[in-house]
Design a protein around this ligand. Structure first.
Ligand SMILES: [Zn+2]
Length: 469
């Protein structure tokens, strides 16, 4: 049932004109009224020619096509309050919103039209128990408080908060909303109208929280929603080249909301993050497999460590000048020193993964091989500057229980007293961070942890068992 504005109050001398009077007018009369309203709107939008009797909001005359021709009806301009009892509902065609763009109300009109249209198609869904639309005129999501643009409760799917975002989402607010709705058990979905080639940062922030997914309520989505009597969105998934895969139409039923944090079609971020981590150490695992310390007195001279070194110095270019300095200042082969340090870190990772001591440097192979190896290495002058680095790794993993053993705790203390420690920013620390971002790369570690994907060996609570390979 379509609600309608029953009475419009025109500026004097015209006065009140009921909908019955309007509809009884000859076409030329209401055509003239219509163009006068539009003209006044151009000249002085704050003083509209006609206002709704109930809400006092500005109204215009919409030409409504019915059987046999056009008929005039009143309609609220976008800035009229949405809670007017005569609010006319939604025009499924965005023409009004587009027309309003020329009157300087581009964003609020389009925003309103999107919110109302989304609510309307949700109402068509027989599973939908409740739909509400917030006032759309407040300028920013910050000002809109905790009320979502559209809120819906759908049997079998749950509660959804839908934010229509047309420009400049503000990062702290975006995050605050995710936190808020996660706590409320409401799935938060950000919906755009289009995605420009050059996206504002706020859009990237939203897409990040949605794990590489973007949702549009564009013309295709509107048409599909209207046909299927439920909300359908155009879903865009990030590809690996900074763009998006071919768009696909998705209903709310198609979305994964198991993570709580965000709703998405596919998690495009976590796997890439984990791939990034694995790529940093792939060549190293090959080398350690090929040259186990049980078979080589000094494995780090073996040719298999050449591609390993090449890979890390490609990732961390500052290792090359560091290596030259090692030689010119100390006659130390930096690449071998790094390989041996890497072997220490890989020993911690592998032991943490399996819970069984396994080392890639020294020939210890008993149940306390890791502790014995660490004790031996920390006693050597060459590795003392890395005590903090090694301890950081050990503490982050389940193998941290080794630190309870006083011999190892003392070895760390001693090394730190004897030698100045390298810190984040040092080429070696950066190299370690590229081998084990899950440990040393704070941003990626936190992101994985946030997503519930930090592997168990790195101290996370990831449900899926992920090895350090
Ligand atoms: Zn009204």
């Amino acid at each position: 049932m379509q609600r309608t504005i029953e009475i419009a109050d025109f500026a004097l001398p015209r006065g009140a004109v009921s909908i019955q009077q309007l509809m009884a007018m000859p076409r030329a009369t209401w055509d003239h009224l219509r163009s006068e309203i539009n003209r006044q709107r151009q000249i002085d939008p704050l003083n509209p020619l006609a206002r709704c009797r109930l809400c006092k909001g500005p109204v215009f005359i919409r030409s409504h096509y019915a059987s046999g021709g056009h008929a005039p009806v009143y309609a609220h301009y976008p800035e009229s309050p949405a809670d007017c009892p005569w609010y006319q509902g939604v025009n499924l065609k965005p023409d009004d919103a587009r027309a309003a763009q020329y009157h300087g109300h581009q964003e609020s009109a389009l925003h309103r039209w999107m919110c109302e249209t989304i609510a309307t198609v949700l109402e068509q869904d027989p599973r939908c128990r409740l739909v509400t639309v917030d006032t759309y005129r407040r300028p920013s999501i910050a000002a809109r408080g905790r009320y979502p643009d559209v809120y819906a409760e759908i049997d079998g799917l749950g509660k959804f908060a839908i934010e229509v975002q047309l420009s400049k989402p503000f990062a702290p607010e975006i995050v605050a909303r995710h936190i808020h709705y996660e706590a409320e058990g409401v799935a938060l979905l950000w919906v755009f109208r289009t995605l420009d080639a050059e996206l504002p940062q706020g859009f990237h922030d939203v897409i990040t929280l949605q794990r590489g997914n973007a949702f549009l309520f564009d013309d295709d989505a509107v048409a599909a929603s209207s046909t299927r009597n439920t909300l359908v969105l155009t879903g865009l998934l990030e590809n690996d080249r900074g763009g998006f895969l071919k768009p696909r139409l998705v209903a709310l039923d198609d979305l994964d909301r198991s993570s709580g944090r965000a709703v998405f079609i596919e998690d495009r971020r976590s796997d890439r993050l984990l791939d990034y981590c694995r790529a940093g150490r792939a060549k190293w695992w090959e080398a350690f497999k090929e040259a186990p310390p049980a078979e080589f007195d000094y494995p780090f001279d073996e040719p298999c460590f050449i591609p390993a070194w090449d890979s890390i110095k490609a990732f961390v270019p500052e290792l090359s000048p560091w290596k030259r300095r090692c030689w010119s200042e100390q006659f130390v082969r930096g690449d071998r020193l790094f390989a041996e340090l890497a072997a220490i870190l890989f020993s911690i990772a592998r032991t943490a993964t399996t819970g069984k001591d396994r080392v890639y440097v020294t020939r210890y192979n008993d149940a306390s091989a890791l502790t014995s190896m660490l004790n031996a290495k920390l006693a050597a002058q060459a590795f003392m500057p890395f005590a903090t680095l090694i301890e950081t790794m050990l503490r982050a993993t389940p193998a941290r229980d080794r630190l309870v053993r006083t011999s190892l705790a003392r070895a760390f203390e001693h090394a730190k007293l004897e030698s100045e420690q390298i810190a984040p920013g040092h080429p070696i620390w950066s190299g370690a961070a590229r081998l084990f971002p899950e440990i040393f790369d704070g941003l990626r570690r936190a992101e994985l942890d946030d997503l519930g994907k930090l592997p168990g060996w790195a101290g996370g609570a990831s449900q899926t068992a992920q090895s350090s390979s």
